[in-house]
Ligand binder design. Structure first.
Ligand code: BG6
Ligand code: MG
Length: 217
C-alpha cells in the first residue's frame, strides 16, 4: 500500500536544472572549455563539489582544493542570481494539481534533494511550509546513488520505503531510490531513466491513479 511520495526538487518540481547547466557551463567557459547538454545529464543529482570535479576532469584541469572551493562558490553565486528571481509560476506544469491530489488521497509527501539551495527554492515558489519534511544537501552526508536522502525523508514521515514512491529526473536519483527499496518514477526521457518502475514526461494532466497503475506493472 502506497502511503507517501518523495520528490526530488531540481528538474522535478522546478526546472532549475537549466540554471545549474548555465552556471556550470559559464564556469567551464571561463576556464577555457565547454561541455554539452548530454554531458550535463551526468551532473543531475550530483553534489556541487562532485559536479565540479567531473567538469574539471572533462576539461583536463587540475587545481588545489582551495581553488576548487573558490570556483564552486562562484558557480553557486551565479546560480543563486537565477533562483532568487524565481516565483510560483516557475513550478513545473501540473505539480500543484498533483500535490492537491495527494492531499485528497491522504498521501504524505516530502522533499529529497541533493541541493543546499533547496530551502531557498522552496521559499521562492511558496512550497516551504507544506511538505511533511524537507531533506536536502544541508542535512545529508552521502550523495545519490546512496539512498540516505530518501531514507531520511521516509523516516521523517514514518513510512517504510516499500510504501513510498520517489520521483526523480536523474539516473543517479532513480538508482538511489531503488538502492533504498523505494518505488521509482522517472520524470523525463525514458532513455535516461530506464531503471525506474515507470517514466513520466511530467505532471501535466497526470492522475494519482495513473501512477499507482504504472508502478504495479
Ligand atoms: C541537485 C542537482 O539537485 O543538486 C545538481 O541536480 C546539483 O545539479 C545538486 O549540483 C547540488 O546543488 P547545490 O544547489 O547545493 O549546488
Ligand atoms: Mg533532479
Amino acid at each position: 500500500m502506497i502511503e507517501a511520495c518523495i520528490f526530488d526538487l531540481d528538474g522535478v518540481i522546478v526546472d532549475t536544472a537549466k540554471y545549474h547547466f548555465i552556471a556550470w557551463r559559464r564556469l567551464a567557459n571561463e576556464l577555457g572549455f565547454d561541455f554539452s547538454e548530454e554531458d550535463n545529464e551526468k551532473l543531475k543529482g550530483v553534489s556541487r563539489i562532485d559536479s565540479l570535479n567531473l567538469i574539471l576532469q572533462w576539461g583536463g584541469i587540475e587545481m588545489s582544493e582551495d581553488k576548487k572551493q573558490e570556483w564552486a562558490t562562484r558557480k553557486n553565486d551565479w546560480y543563486r542570481e537565477y533562483i532568487l528571481k524565481m516565483g510560483a509560476d516557475e513550478m513545473l506544469e501540473g505539480v500543484r494539481e498533483f500535490l492537491d491530489q495527494l492531499k485528497a488521497n491522504d498521501i504524505k509527501y516530502a522533499l529529497g534533494s541533493a541541493s543546499k539551495n533547496a530551502g531557498t527554492v522552496m521559499k521562492q515558489i511558496g512550497l516551504e511550509n507544506e511538505f511533511q519534511a524537507i531533506i536536502d544537501g544541508t542535512k545529508t552526508t552521502k550523495g545519490k546513488p546512496d539512498p540516505q536522502v530518501f531514507q531520511m525523508g521516509a523516516d521523517a514521515m514514518g513510512v517504510a520505503p516499500e510504501n513510498c514512491i520517489v520521483f526523480e529526473d536523474a539516473a543517479k536519483g532513480v538508482e538511489a531510490a531503488l538502492n533504498g527499496g523505494f518505488y521509482a518514477v522517472g520524470v523525463g526521457k525514458p532513455e535516461h531513466l530506464a531503471k525506474a518502475h515507470m517514466v513520466i514526461s511530467g505532471f501535466k494532466n497526470l492522475g494519482w491513479q495513473d501512477i499507482l497503475n504504472g508502478i504495479q506493472q
